[in-house]
Structures are given as C-alpha cells and as structure tokens.
Design a binder for this molecule. Structure first.
Ligand code: ATP
Ligand code: MG
Length: 390
C-alpha cells in the first residue's frame, strides 16, 4: 500500500525573495536522504510543504532519515480520503483508533485550502467530531488541551488526515550557507559543534589530527564513526586525516612544556588554514567552549586565532559541558565520543599548561622548530576519505 509523509519547514518561511533557493536545497536534501531506501519514493513540493510518497514498508525508515534532515521542523504520516464527508469521517475514525485509550480527549482541526468543498472548516470540525463521538462513546472532546489532535486538510484533489507529529532538527538545509572546515577530535565537543554548523546550513569537511603509532586504529575508527553520525545530517562528510606525530615530537623535545597545548593548537590551525584554502573553504569551526579547559582561556583563544586570517567559529563558546553532553546524546555522538581511545592531545598533556602565554613567548618557542617544513610535510601526507550517510 502507498504511504504518505507530510514535511514542514520553519525558518525558511521567513526568507522573502530568497525562499525558492532554500526550498530547492531542502528538496534536494530530502531526496538525497531517502536515496538509500530499498523501495521507490517520490518527493513533491506544494505551497511550502513537501510530500513523500512511498511504500508502507518504507514509511518508518523514511521517517527516521527525514528526522535528521536539517531545515525540517516536523513530519507527519498522513492518511488520505476522497473529497467526501462520509469518507473523511471514516478515515478520521481509523486514525484515532490507532492511538485510542479509554477516556481519551481529542479535537478536530480542519484547514480547508480547497474552498470548493461545500462545508466550511468549523462545520467539518463539528460533523467529524460528532461522528467520532458516536462511533466511540469513550472519547471526550477537549478543545483547549486535547491528548490527540485530528488534523484534516481539504486540498484540491484529496483530503489529508494526520495526528502524529515527529520532530525534525529544524534550522536550515545543509548547503545554503557555505562551506566550513571542522576541526574534529575524538572528544564530545567538536562533533556537537559540527552538528550545529550543519544545522545552520553549513556544508562541512572535517580535519582530524592523529599521532600514529601512539594513537591507533581505534582512534581513527572513532572519528570515522563520528563522521558517520554527522553524515546522517549532512549527507556526506569528507574527512581529512592529518599525521601529527612528528610535529608533536618536535614540539615536545624542543619547546617549553607548559606551552605544548597552545603550540600544538597553533600548528593545527596553520594546517587547517592551508587545507581550507586548498579546498576553497572560508571558515573554520571548533568545539571550544570558553574556560572549559586551560587551553580555552581568552588568552589562548587569541594566541590560536593569531595564526590564521580565516574566521574561527566556535558554536559552543557559551555552553556548559552538561548542555553539550545533552546535545551529543540527542545526536548519538556521545557513546562514540566516550570510547576510551587516546587522542593526540590527551597523550602528551603537560601537568601545568600555560593559561596565559604571551604571543611573544609562543613565537620564540616556534623558532626552535622547523615549522614551515613540518607543516608542508603534514599537508602532503593528509589522507582524505568520504563518509556517506547510511
Ligand atoms: P573536544 O571534546 O572537541 O575534543 P575538548 O573540550 O576536549 O574538545 P580540546 O581537546 O582542548 O577540547 O580541543 C579544542 C578543540 O580543538 C576541539 O573541539 C577541536 O575542534 C580541536 N581539536 C582538538 N584536538 C584535535 C584533533 N586531534 N584533531 C582535530 N581537531 C582537534
Ligand atoms: Mg579533546
């Protein structure tokens, strides 16, 4: 049997003249998200809403995927009836039966887009409501706070009925804002930052620094799995794996220990800057949150920003750890992030990292290593992979 999903967007409605641009991107993203379904589907757009027609078997797999498409605010499985009041009543009764509990309250809410339909909306509410009560005396009407809302939309050719509403991520369709390079560690924060970028319509590529043999396959798999989760929201994530061992060892053996983390971050950002330019990306994203750890003081953020002219966006800057953890649970990155594999930064962490290094101190320390050569070599040895959504 054929099934139908109704998809609503939110913020796109405010876009004025640019609205078609956003609507087209969301259309493409909806099609892309459903691409891997085993059976056929069709997407249609009509007056600010998308309709996905597919098989009954596909309904829930499609729903699950659509719940991760940025820009979608909510989705409802819809049943259909002809433009005939008796048929509408019977279909409404079937819909309500699916969630029936004795004493359940309900309300009928009709939108009559098709003005040729002979009854006005309040009349349809009343007639369908009366039918439902007659069919099922255990029900009660509650117009203010009903347990179940029976929505009826009278359209040109058909009537659509729905009561369940599933949430989407909201935000904007990925691809409308531009491209960003996410510095992705294996931790809790940066995947959440990446998700927030995606949610605002940014297409992201990810850059991860690893230090073989100190960080092993486990660490790489963790980052691949994180990208897989993000890909569900962004369709496809290109991951760049950058070898960092040599750089770390050079800094460790030649520079003052307390500066280690800040120096490492500065090198990471220089590499990110060059890679971004090569990939025609104009903005960097990180998972930093102000004051969360000693490398995230304002002084350290200034020191890190100094090495790149690109804007560095930090979507989590004002978040508490608990708030970040909550999002990471919602987007399923949390269980991956807490897997116990070493990250290249936690490996060599100094006991007393400098919280207020001066730019002068850092520049002096950097003169002790062959910075340019190290950066070039790292860039040459970056390995890139594309992670597709499942
Ligand atoms: P996260 O949970 O994202 O690892 P964190 O709280 O552990 O963050 P840091 O380890 O200080 O903080 O890292 C700060 C930011 O620097 C990260 O959010 C990430 O954007 C970037 N970063 C850290 N380590 C790496 C790495 N190995 N590869 C790429 N980016 C990294
Ligand atoms: Mg970390």
């Amino acid at each position: 049997m054929e099934s139908l999903l109704l998809i609503r967007y939110g913020e796109i409605a405010l876009k004025g003249k640019n609205r078609p641009f956003f609507e087209k991107q969301l259309f493409k993203n909806i099609e892309a998200a459903l691409q891997n379904l085993k059976q056929p589907f069709q997407v249609e757009f009509h007056r600010g809403r998308y309709y996905v027609t597919t098989t009954e078997e596909n309904l829930f797999p499609a729903l699950r995927r659509l719940q991760k498409v940025c820009g979608i605010v909510s989705i409802s499985p819809v049943s259909q009836a002809d433009l005939d009041l008796d048929k509408i009543c019977r279909q409404a009764a079937r819909l309500l039966a699916a969630s029936y509990q004795p004493g359940m309250t309900f309300k009928v809410n009709t939108r009559r887009a098709n003005k040729k339909f002979p009854y006005p909306s309040p009349e349809i509410n009343r007639l369908v409501g009366a039918y439902l009560l007659k069919e099922n005396p255990g029900l009660k009407v509650d117009v203010h706070n009903p347990k179940t809302l029976v929505n009826i939309e009278i359209r040109e050719k058909k009537t659509y009925l729905y009561s369940q509403v599933f949430q989407g991520p909201g935000g904007l369709p990925v691809g409308v804002t531009g491209k960003g390079l996410l510095l992705l560690s294996g931790g809790i924060d940066s995947p959440v930052a990446g998700w927030m970028a995606l949610k605002r319509g940014v297409k992201i590529e990810a850059l991860h620094f690893h230090s073989p043999p100190f960080t092993g396959e486990g660490a790489i798999n963790k980052v691949l799995d994180l990208c897989q989760q993000l890909a569900a929201y962004g369709q496809k994530i290109t991951l760049h794996l950058a070898p960092f061992t040599e750089i770390q060892q050079e800094i460790m053996s030649r520079c003052p220990r307390p500066l280690l983390i800040t120096l490492m971050r500065r090198v990471m950002f220089r590499i990110a800057d060059r890679l971004a330019q090569k990939r025609k990306i104009t903005v960097l994203f990180t998972g930093e949150s102000l004051g969360q750890v000693s490398s995230q003081t304002l002084e350290n953020l200034v020191a890190i920003n100094e090495v790149t002219a690109l804007p560095v966006l930090r979507p989590l800057i004002g978040f508490d750890k608990e708030e970040i953890v909550e999002i990471s649970r919602e987007i399923n990155t949390y269980p991956i992030s807490i897997r116990p594999f070493e990250d290249c930064c936690t490996l060599f962490i100094p006991r007393h990292p400098a919280t207020r290094p001066t730019l002068d101190q850092l520049a002096r320390a950097e003169k002790k290593i062959a910075l340019e050569e190290l950066i070039t070599r790292c860039l040459e040895n970056i390995e890139s992979r594309t992670i597709l959504s499942e």
